[in-house]
Every structure is written in structure tokens, then in C-alpha cells.
Design a protein around this ligand. Structure first.
Ligand SMILES: Nc1ncnc2c1ncn2[C@@H]1O[C@H](COP(=O)(O)OP(=O)(O)OP(=O)(O)O)[C@@H](O)[C@H]1O
Ligand SMILES: [Mg+2]
Length: 467
């Protein structure tokens, strides 16, 4: 055993004892602090850090037992070893102290060799406890960083998924003002031209048509569209309509060609036609922008709904979980990664029972495994999700047809920080946390079978893990 030095608190009401003990301890190289009574000792322990406490039992007011009890009831002090010192060579008091959590004991008068040996042993234990505490703290930090790692896997895709509808909404809002101004001006001009009742009815019918077409745009390929627009532009220019290029796309979307425009023109005077065309095209534009705004915000709401479902936000940590729902929500969250080149096959068992689980943590597992599969397949391949019930287990298989995991590394993939990815690409925590979530939190099992072209992660979850 190595000779350790530490910060020692000596608690004794007898001044001579204190002086003798501290002199001996200082000679051995320790740093010593003295307390005259139990209350002072506890105050000191809460203010400074000690490696060992030498505690006298027989003291006035608060005796050693009471001090020991308070130390053991305080989570911040409980790990500091206490060696009790008893003047009485009485086995009963020693047994009582050991039962109360004292590390060791010494009887007065002490033998310096024994004191040194027992002190060293206690200091060694304290060092190990400190190491253990530091390790546990590191574990907590590790788990925290893994949570961030899973979040990282999602957030890039989420940001991208949200970007499209946000851009659509912003674009729509930007164009809205111009479209309204144009429609207003056109309407005022039409008003000036004193429309007949029949003409007003025709315009109202066009308004209906514009609403309908905005909701279901005409399905034209780009070549056809160009041809139609050109034809319409020529028709409009021949009638002296300015900015014909601006109106042509909306009129094509409304389903107009030259014949239809000619029919429309029959109902209006040639002075009215430019305003009718401007009004019609801007009305269509307004409805289709509204449609885009509605779809964009609808898509955003859908993403937030999926995120809420994925994280089981607002729900108890342990609940009755539908595994298929969790897998599907995870697929929604990873849609951005999957949509380019991954064919997803869902082979779900019918009537799969719900399981008792930490829903959001299970989704972290699905995310990590699917993310690994997509990365292994470099974004292109087949991903199969299979589920079945086997007695009291729900079994989930996630299979990819990527390059596989060589046997040499199969044993390491669940280790923390094991990664074959380039620095900065992977943390190597994905499978480690998945393993902890399945095995420790759910009392389940996780295993991998892999060969080139086929890698399958099998997860077994007990229907209820508290039985
Ligand atoms: N489906 C798979 N096909 C091939 N190799 C895989 C597959 N899943 C995991 N691996 C291997 O296991 C290693 C560890 O995976 P893990 O998810 O723990 O970390 P990572 O993916 O490297 O990093 P992180 O998940 O933290 O971004 C990967 O680097 C990879 O080599
Ligand atoms: Mg990973």
C-alpha cells in the first residue's frame, strides 16, 4: 500500500489528545485540522473538504455517535471515512460505530504504527471513492453529450425540412402585397367602366374558377406550358394589353387558351378587356398564394406534431408505447435523410402488443440504428423494419443492405466512443447509448448479425420490464 497523505480532521474535546494526535499526524506528513466538539466538526466538514475524520466518541453535548449519524445522513459528507477513537476498550461501542458506518476504529492510548496503517487504508478507500464519484459524473456527462448527439442527428434534417415550408410562406407573403395591389387597381378600373349585372355575374364565376384552380393546379409539362404562354401573350399583345408576360402564366394555370380567351372577350368591351385580364390573373395569384401559405404552415405544423410525438413531449417518461408508432415517428423525423435514395420496407406484425417503455428513449435507439444504416449504405439502399411478438417479448429488427460490419469490430461497436467514421463525423456513442437504453433501462437485449450486404440489429423488449 502506498503511503498516502491527506487532510485529516481530528475531533476530540480533550486538548492534550488533540495536540498529541495532530503532532503525530503532521509528522507523518498529513495536513491536520482540529475540532473541539461535534458541532464545530460538522461545520468544518461542510466548509472544507477532508479525506479522513478521526472522531472521539465520548464528548459532552454532542457525542461521537451523533456526529457519525449526521455525517452518514448527509450525502455530501457520507463518503468521507470516519475512524472512531474510543477511550473505552469496549467492544459494544465499537460495534455500534461500525454498524453506523464508521470505517475503522482505534482505542486509546493508540499505537502509532496501527494509527498509520489504519489511516493509510482509509485514505486509499477515500481515493477510490473519489475516483468512483468522478467516473459517475463523467458517465452523466457522457449521457448528456449523447442526448446532444442524437439531437444533432435530427436537427440538421429538421432544419432542412422546416426550411422549405418557411421559405414558401415567406415567398408567398412577399408576393401577396403586389397581387392585392394589382387586383385592387383592376377592380377600380372595371368599376369605372360601369359593369352590367351579367358582366358582374361572369366575373363572380371567374372568381370561383380561380379558387378551384388554385387548389388543383393544371398539370402541364414545361414545354406545353411555354407554348400556351407564348400563344396567350400574342393574343393579348394583339389587343394592346400591356405586361402580357406577367399575366400569361396565371391564365395558363387557369386553363385558358386562345379560344377560351376569345370566348371571354365576347362578354366585355375592348376597353374593359385589359382590366378583366389583370383582375383575373391577380385573383388567381392571390388564391394560389393563399394555398401555398396554407400548405407551408400545414407542413410546419405536421413537423412540429411529429417532433412532439417523437419526443413524447408532455407525457410521463414510462408509458404504454406502440412500437410501430415510435418507428414511424422516427422515420418522419429522418425523412430528409431517407427520401433521396432509401427504400423503406415496413414488415410490421399485426396486433403487436403495446409495451411498457420510455418512449422517447426508444426513439433515440431507432434513430441511432437507422442513422447508422443510412450512413453505411451511403444514402442509397434498402432499409427493412420488422416486428414480431415472441412470448413476452416484442422483437424489432432493423436491417440494411450496406457493406456490413467486419467480425473484428462487431465486438466493439457497442463500446463508448468506438467509431470508424472520420474525426468530427461520428462520436461513437450512438450504439453505446442504444445498448444502455435497451439493456439497462428496459431489461431488453440488443444484438447484431452482419455479413456483407446484410446487417441486422435485433432488439428484444419485454412487454413489461417491471415484472
Ligand atoms: N448498419 C451498420 N453497417 C455498418 N457499420 C455499422 C452499422 N452500424 C454501426 N456500424 C459501425 O459501428 C460503429 C459505431 O456506431 P455508433 O453508432 O456507436 O457510432 P458512430 O455512428 O460512429 O457515431 P455517432 O453515432 O455517435 O454519430 C460505426 O462507426 C460503424 O463502423
Ligand atoms: Mg451512429
Amino acid at each position: 500500500m502506498t503511503n498516502q497523505h491527506g487532510h485529516i480532521l481530528v475531533v476530540d474535546d480533550n486538548r492534550m489528545n488533540r495536540i498529541k494526535l495532530s503532532a503525530g499526524l503532521e509528522q507523518q506528513g498529513h495536513c491536520v485540522t482540529l475540532a473541539e466538539h461535534g458541532k464545530q466538526a460538522l461545520e468544518m466538514m461542510r466548509a472544507q473538504s477532508f479525506d479522513v475524520v478521526l472522531l472521539d466518541i465520548m464528548m459532552p453535548e454532542m457525542d461521537g455517535y451523533q456526529v457519525l449519524e449526521q455525517i452518514k445522513n448527509d450525502s455530501t459528507l457520507r463518503d468521507i471515512p470516519v475512524i472512531v477513537i474510543s477511550a473505552l476498550d469496549e467492544s459494544n461501542s465499537i460495534v455500534r460505530c461500525i454498524e453506523m458506518g464508521a470505517e475503522d476504529y482505534l482505542t486509546k492510548p493508540f499505537d502509532p504504527v496501527l494509527l498509520k496503517a489504519r489511516l493509510s487504508a482509509s485514505l486509499e478507500k477515500k481515493k477510490l471513492r473519489d475516483l468512483e464519484r468522478a467516473y459517475l459524473q463523467q458517465e452523466v456527462m457522457l449521457r448528456q453529450s449523447e442526448k446532444l448527439a442524437t439531437l444533432g442527428k435530427l436537427s440538421a434534417g429538421m432544419a432542412h425540412e422546416l426550411n422549405n415550408p418557411i421559405a414558401a410562406v415567406q415567398r408567398g407573403a412577399g408576393h401577396f402585397r403586389a397581387a392585392i395591389t394589382q387586383a385592387q387597381q383592376a377592380l377600380l378600373k372595371l368599376g369605372e367602366s360601369s359593369l352590367t349585372k351579367a358582366q358582374i355575374d361572369i366575373l363572380l364565376a371567374y372568381d370561383q374558377l380561380a379558387q378551384k384552380r388554385a387548389a388543383e393546379p393544371t398539370d402541364l409539362d414545361s414545354l406545353m406550358r411555354c407554348e400556351c404562354e407564348d400563344e396567350i401573350k400574342i393574343w393579348m399583345e394583339a389587343r394592346g394589353i400591356e405586361n402580357a408576360w406577367e399575366f400569361a402564366p396565371a391564365l395558363v394555370n387557369l386553363g385558358y387558351d386562345n379560344n377560351a380567351l376569345a370566348a371571354l372577350a365576347e362578354n366585355f368591351t375592348s376597353a374593359q378587356i385589359p382590366a378583366v385580364i389583370a383582375w383575373l390573373s391577380s385573383t388567381y395569384l392571390i388564391y394560389s398564394l393563399l394555398e401555398e401559405l396554407g400548405q407551408g404552415s400545414g407542413r410546419m405544423a405536421e413537423i412540429i406534431r411529429a417532433l412532439k410525438a417523437y419526443t413524447y413531449m408532455d407525457q410521463a417518461p414510462v408509458q404504454s408505447v406502440d412500437v410501430h408508432e415510435g418507428l414511424d415517428n422516427t422515420l418522419v423525423m429522418l425523412r430528409n435523410k431517407l427520401k433521396v435514395g432509401i427504400d423503406v420496407h415496413r414488415q410490421y406484425a399485426e396486433n403487436l402488443p403495446r409495451i411498457q417503455a420510455y418512449g422517447s428513449e426508444l426513439n433515440q435507439v431507432w434513430t441511432n440504428i437507422i442513422d447508422n444504416a443510412v450512413e453505411a449504405m451511403q444514402g442509397r439502399g434498402e432499409l427493412t423494419l420488422r416486428t414480431r411478438q415472441e412470448e413476452q417479448w416484442v422483437v424489432v429488427e432493423i436491417e440494411d443492405n450496406g457493406p456490413g460490419i467486419s467480425e473484428a469490430i462487431q465486438a466493439k461497436i457497442f463500446d463508448p466512443f468506438f467509431t470508424t467514421k472520420a474525426p468530427g463525423k461520428g462520436t461513437g456513442l450512438g450504439l453505446n447509448i442504444s445498448h444502455n437504453i435497451i439493456v439497462q433501462k428496459h431489461k431488453g437485449k440488443i444484438a447484431v448479425r452482419s455479413q456483407p450486404g446484410k446487417t441486422c440489429f435485433e432488439i428484444r423488449l419485454p412487454i413489461s420490464f417491471e415484472k
